[in-house]
Design a protein around this ligand. Sequence first.
Ligand SMILES: NC(=O)c1ccc[n+]([C@@H]2O[C@H](COP(=O)([O-])OP(=O)(O)OC[C@H]3O[C@@H](n4cnc5c(N)ncnc54)[C@H](OP(=O)(O)O)[C@@H]3O)[C@@H](O)[C@H]2O)c1
Length: 275
Amino acid sequence: MIAVLGATGTIGRHVAAGLAERGAQARALVRDPATCDVPLPAMRADLREEASLLEALEDVDRLFLLAPHGPDQDLLEANAVDAARAAGVRRIVKISGGAPSLGPNGVSSTAVAHWRSERRIEDSGLEFCFLRSSFLMQNLLGMAPKGRIMPAPMGHMAVAMVDARDVAACAVALLLDEREQAMAWHLTGPASVTFKDVAEKLGARYVNVPPRLAAIALRRRGASPFEVDHSVRMAAYFASGADATPTNAVLDITGRPASTVDQFLATETHSTKGT
Ligand SMILES: NC(=O)c1ccc[n+]([C@@H]2O[C@H](COP(=O)([O-])OP(=O)(O)OC[C@H]3O[C@@H](n4cnc5c(N)ncnc54)[C@H](OP(=O)(O)O)[C@@H]3O)[C@@H](O)[C@H]2O)c1
């Protein structure tokens, strides 16, 4: 039995769909099974409630671990790892942050949280696959141009962004792989692109916003101090060019090439084009 945490989210819903398509014995672990709209049987589990995790993981062999982005992400993931170990889960496939961002002094508190969770999983003795994902192309949907302008604090360097559907396809392949696993992968698209390139593809002009102004705009929109700090730090990381190198990991894991930004935008044009 495979269990999927985060099954209603951007990545997890494609993991759930991929497992269902392959006819895998799997269930979605969700906070509200009544509203769960993914094609797997749903069982209630909350990363904040140990008892619910232990119950939902009782007969589970492999766990897809995705925790929501937030200030206590590593604590939520620790709850899942500890419950998985106690329940006899054999393998964890974890969504992690981009490989160059991670470390005990990672580029943001989320990057540090992912690094801590990876260490906890390694120390648990369970099999693991860490899917260290670059900037998700789906983030572009929230950066849609305002008229002819696409303002963002992402600098001018290229980023090897990846489609969340490719990340999910890697997770499905590794959840179903019968071979023993203990591996970390840096998942990227097939080529890196700048935000200027992306804006032009959307018929707009990219305007690089100074981080201080971006932080003010986020605060005005009601973002929490955590969200503001995370956004500004991640923008500085991508602006440094640290995540500009594409890898072959999606091809190696799934046997098919990762989607390009053009392919992604072709399927998402209606939601990304400005008016
Ligand atoms: N965005 C990026 O560029 C990027 C890049 C690399 C890595 N990541 C990592 O990807 C992860 C986010 O993935 P995503 O964008 O697919 O997430 P998402 O769309 O925000 O979805 C979050 C999921 O977590 C579930 N969830 C929230 N609180 C929960 C709780 N207490 N117990 C159980 N489930 C809970 C949500 O379910 P309900 O709300 O339906 O209950 C939802 O299914 C983060 O770990 C982030 O660091 C993101």
